[in-house]
Structure formats: C-alpha cells, structure tokens
Design a protein around this ligand. Structure first.
Ligand SMILES: Nc1ncnc2c1ncn2[C@@H]1O[C@H](COP(=O)(O)OP(=O)(O)OP(=O)(O)O)[C@@H](O)[C@H]1O
Ligand SMILES: [Mg+2]
Length: 528
C-alpha cells in the first residue's frame, strides 16, 4: 500500500494524517486520493470500515486555500450522528491547516448554527433537510461550492432524499467536483450519477465478498418469544467490549433497551423519535464506554465508527441485504476483528437465505447458547474483573472489612457470594416485548439489470470496467459479482419501496426508522 507521503499532499495535511496514526493508505484511499486530487468526479465503493471518510476528506481538504472565507465544500450524510462524526474527522484532518468546518443537522437549535455559520466555515457537513432549511433562509449560500460529497449516497436515495439532493445540487455551480461514496451501490445510484456527475471515475475495491471478512458472522434460529433470553445469554456468554443491537422499530428499541437495563446491563437506545439532546447523550455514553450496549434502529446502521465495538447483534433481521452489510460493518473496522450474530425466526429463514445470496456469503448457523454457557461466560467475566483489581492499590481501603469477614466466614463462600453479586444477575425480572412480525422475503424479479453498463444491478458488484465517459473502470473485483441471478433480482424500484412502506402501515408507534418515504420535508421527519 502507498504511504500518504506519495500523494504529494500539503505538509500540514500530511502532519494531521500522521497525528491520526494512519501509517499507510487503505486501498480505497490509495485509489481515490490521486483521482480526487485531479478534480475529477468520482464514485467510490469499498467495504465498511476501510477509510472512505479520509478517502474523500483528504483531497477535499488539501484543495482548499487557508485564506478562503466562503463555503467551498459540502458533505452530505443521511443521518445526524454521521454528520457529527464526519465533521469530527474532517476537524482532525484540518487541525494543522486550520480550515473551519461545521456540522449542520436537524434537531439542533438553528440559531446556534446560524451563529456558527457567521464564523465563515469553508466546509459544511450536514443532513439534506437542514441544509435546505439554511439555504431557504439564505444563511447558507452555495454559489462558491467547488466540491460536493454524498457519503452513503445510496442510503440517502433510499430514504427519499432525492428531491432534496436535487434541489441542493442544482444550486451549486456546474464546474464543481462531485463524489459519491458507499459500501453498497444499488442501481438507483445511476440516476443520481447521470444527472449530477460528469464522467465520473469509478473506484471500486469490493473484493469477492462485500461484507468484511474480519467479521465472524453467524445466525441463531429462535422463535420471536425466545429472542430476549437468547440475547441475554449471548451477551453473557460473549461479554462484548461494546455491542450494537439492531431492532426493527423504534418501539422495539425502546422496549429492548429498557428490558436490558432491568436485567442489569448498561444499555441505552437510539432512534429517530428521541430528541437530539437524548441522541447526543446516548452516543456520547456509548463512545466513552459508560454504556456498553447500544440498542438502535437502522439510524445507526450507516457509517458510524465507534472503536471497541466487538459485537453486532441483529435482534431482528433487516429488510434488505444492504442494511445487513452496513449493520454488521459497525464492527470489524480498520483491520480489527468483530463478531456479528443474527436472530432468525423459522419463518424468516428464506429471508436469511436471500441475504446470503445477495451478499454472496454463507452465514453459518450456531446453536442457542445454553444456560450453562451463559453462566460460565458471566462468571469468567466477573472473575477477570476481580483479578484485574487484585493487585491495585485502590482496593486497600476495602481490606479492613475483608479481613473482618474472613475471620467469621469461609473464604470460598465469601468470594462466591461476591461473584454472584458482581455478576449483577437479575434473572427474576420478567420481560415482555411486543412481538414483531417476521420479515418477508421479497419477491424476486427475473432481471432488473440496468442497461447503463457502468452499473451492475447489484449493490455489491460495484462497477465493472468499461463503460463510456472516461471511466477507467478501476475495479478490483474478482469474479462476476453482481452479474448473477440472485443479485440481479435485487433492484430498488418503486415496488420495493412501496413494499417496505406498506409493512408498517397503521403501526405508527412501531414504525421503522427507516421506512422509505417518497418525499421527506425535513430530516427531522425522516431519518435521523
Ligand atoms: N489509512 C488508515 N490507517 C489506519 N486507520 C484508518 C485509515 N484510514 C481510516 N482509518 C480509520 O478506520 C476507521 C474506519 O474509517 P471510516 O469510518 O472512514 O470507514 P468507512 O469506509 O467510511 O466505513 P463505512 O462504510 O462503515 O462508513 C476509522 O476509525 C478511521 O479513523
Ligand atoms: Mg463511512
């Protein structure tokens, strides 16, 4: 792999990269950065957790003169949490160069954003709804924008942001550079690309398997009513460093996080009906480790990069294979290993096979952890915690009482009681979750392969080489990814969207965060 020094970047940008601890560029970075530096439009696809943010961030930052005092770069993300995160990474990358960047997203007080905009940031990172809001208020002007990035471009389309994005892009000068990035590129991206990109270069570093091989995937077959016990056993057995548990709906997330808390886990929930302050607080707690289980809807499926996430658990299977890939991609990032478990009800086995087919990866079945395994796991964890403390000075003040107790009681009994207490077991708390309907396998359409040669019909195939308009077809893909029947049936036409919507009709409170809507009015309403 290339070192960053080989790209001819400004010393101050290079210094920031070194400070971040990046030694070599990742494949998507080494392919995208030189192209992006030429100013060419670009579509970049690479597996989750492989550094796409820096792949677009570095060239974007390198290009902006320090003296600039207009908004010259715009990065759009589908969720607020991702806008915040990307803006933090951009902030780190501009540290020595001293550019100003600002996150703009729904749910945050607009007055505060307007005040921050007066400091003349050069780079804006935000969700489309709130950006439009500022554009309409004339607090953001796009006349000078030279670089636009759509991070998780396919998700923004899927969430119904096409119209917002169209409005935003139509206000930006045509001689700009536009870049789209995601780990998945379904065919509907073609529409966006044809409309808004000029002879884009395709950079795809999707090898045979779109999901990251460092993620150990498995599924457990469970009945809906067994799911919670299965979850607590799994958590006890595996004792994750940090875990993200995905639930299908907001109601599910609320119930599940409450249930986990009742059973003694440090868990909290994240979904789009919480206030932005609540959402920020939950993310903060998860990032600093004061909670170790994050229960979330698909609002957390895309882009979030929290170090220490060792486990992803699909408490409910996601509707689409892309979502599966992105969800499990919250672990196994930046070369680290991770574990992803999915709960599948018997009626959802077909859907699981559909996900396997499209992602071209067989997901092995594992047995439900036994009670004994769960108990053993929990005891082992507690014993480890005790042993970590044993030689620390911080326990000195507890030694007095320990000696007193040992004079009266048997040491084994005492320690066993302490371990029981520490395992925090609250098995007697009864838990009731509202059952969710099983996910239905989607109807296959015989072939919806797009005829624009530059796009495969699969989200995962990326671009095959060839095609017109200056594409150099930089694809690393091996094999015929995206040309097979299974993936060709995986279109994203209107039928699919309607399907998804109708699933939640009349279930207001249980609604998915990710229910596709034809036309959001603001990101407050949609996703985020
Ligand atoms: N060259 C590098 N060397 C080491 N670590 C890196 C490098 N580039 C990025 N990283 C780190 O890898 C992690 C994942 O990066 P990033 O969030 O950009 O991935 P991504 O490809 O956008 O994933 P996703 O598809 O989930 O959005 C981050 O913590 C980032 O700091
Ligand atoms: Mg990303």
């Amino acid at each position: 792999m290339k070192t960053f020094a080989e790209f001819g970047l400004e010393p101050k940008v290079l210094q920031a990269i070194t400070e971040l601890g990046f030694e070599e560029s990742t494949p998507i970075q080494s392919k995208s950065i030189p192209i992006a530096l030429t100013g060419s439009d670009l579509i970049g696809q690479a597996q989750t957790g492989t550094g796409k943010t820096a792949a677009f961030g570095i060239p974007l930052i390198n290009k902006i003169p320090t003296s600039e005092d207009r908004i010259v770069a715009l990065i759009m993300t589908p969720t607020r949490e991702l806008a915040i995160q990307v803006s933090e990474e951009i902030g780190k990358l501009t540290r020595f160069k001293g550019l100003r960047s600002l996150a703009i997203y729904g749910g945050q007080e607009i007055g505060r954003q307007i005040r921050a905009l007066k400091k003349r940031p050069q780079i804006i990172i935000g969700t489309p709804g709130r950006m439009l809001d500022h554009i309409n208020r004339k607090t953001i002007r796009l006349d000078d924008v030279q670089t636009v990035v759509l991070d998780e471009a396919d998700e923004m389309l899927d969430m119904g942001f096409m119209e917002d994005i169209t409005s935003i892009l139509s206000l930006i000068p045509e001689n700009r550079q536009t870049m789209l990035f995601s780990a998945t590129m379904p065919p509907n991206i073609q529409k966006l690309a044809q409309q808004f990109l000029k002879n884009p270069e395709h950079v795809s570093v999707i090898p045979k398997q779109v999901s990251v091989p460092l993620i150990d995937q498995a599924y457990i077959e469970v009945h809906e009513r067994q799911k919670f016990d299965a979850l607590s056993r799994l958590l006890d057995m595996e004792s994750p460093e940090l875990a993200i548990i995905f639930g299908r709906t907001k109601r599910r997330v609320d119930e599940l996080s409450e249930a986990l808390q009742k059973r003694g886990y440090t868990a909290d929930g994240l979904h789009g009906d919480l206030s932005q302050n609540q959402r920020d607080a939950v993310m903060r707690k998860f990032r600093d480790g004061s909670i170790d289980v994050l229960v979330a809807t698909d609002v957390a499926a895309r882009g979030l990069d929290v170090s220490g996430v060792s486990h992803v658990i699909n408490f409910d299977l996601p509707q689409d294979p892309e979502s599966y890939v992105h969800r499990i991609g919250r672990t196994g990032r930046a070369g680290k290993e991770g574990t992803a478990w999915s709960f599948v009800t018997p009626r959802e086995l077909d859907h699981l096979h559909f996900i396997e087919k499209v992602t071209r990866h067989r997901i092995p079945k594992k047995p439900l952890p036994s009670m004994a395994e769960a108990i053993e796991g929990k005891q082992r964890m507690t014993a480890e915690r005790i042993l970590e403390l044993v030689s620390e000075d911080s326990i000195n003040e507890y030694k007095g009482i320990a000696i007193q107790m040992l004079e009266q009681y048997d040491s084994v009994n005492l320690l066993a009681a302490a371990i029981k207490l520490l395992t925090g077991e609250k098995k007697d708390v009864s838990i009731e979750l509202t059952p969710e309907d099983p996910i239905r396998a989607k109807k296959r359409r015989p072939d919806v392969r797009s005829n624009g040669r530059r796009f495969s019909s699969s989200s995962f195939g990326g671009n095959r080489s060839g095609g017109s308009g200056g594409s150099r077809g930089r694809s690393d893909s091996r094999g015929g990814y995206g040309s097979g029947r299974s993936s060709s049936s995986y279109g994203s036409g209107g039928g699919y969207n309607r399907d998804r919507d109708s699933q939640y009709k009349g279930k207001g409170e249980g609604r998915s965060d990710n229910t596709r809507r034809p036309r959001p009015s603001s990101d407050d309403f949609v996703n985020s």
